[in-house]
Design a protein around this ligand. Structure first.
Ligand SMILES: [Zn+2]
Length: 87
């Protein structure tokens, strides 16, 4: 059972958290929403290429790619997860 939650990035954007990784919204359609991992590949400025797709109720229906980095840490503030630091 994947853990799914919502978080806030340090710049205030909305994040989807799935199994400890955080994703930002890429595009939304009626059938599905595409989310992209928010992390960069260590030592580079390239974004991680992992993606997830959810339905309108934020259930994960597909996942693509694999993560090239460790899981970020989260702290819970005012009932919202805030990403605190990388790796
Ligand atoms: Zn990633």
């Amino acid at each position: 059972m994947p853990f799914i939650g919502f978080g806030t990035s340090q710049r205030g954007g909305r994040l989807l958290i799935v199994q400890g990784y955080s994703y930002s919204l890429v595009k939304r359609s009626q059938q599905m929403t595409q989310w992209r991992c928010t992390m960069v590949q260590p030592g580079t400025s390239k974004r991680c290429t992992a993606k997830v797709f959810t339905d309108a109720s934020y259930a994960v229906i597909d996942a693509w790619g694999s993560h090239s980095h460790g899981k970020p840490r989260f702290v819970k503030r005012n009932n919202v997860f805030v990403r605190s630091y990388y790796n």
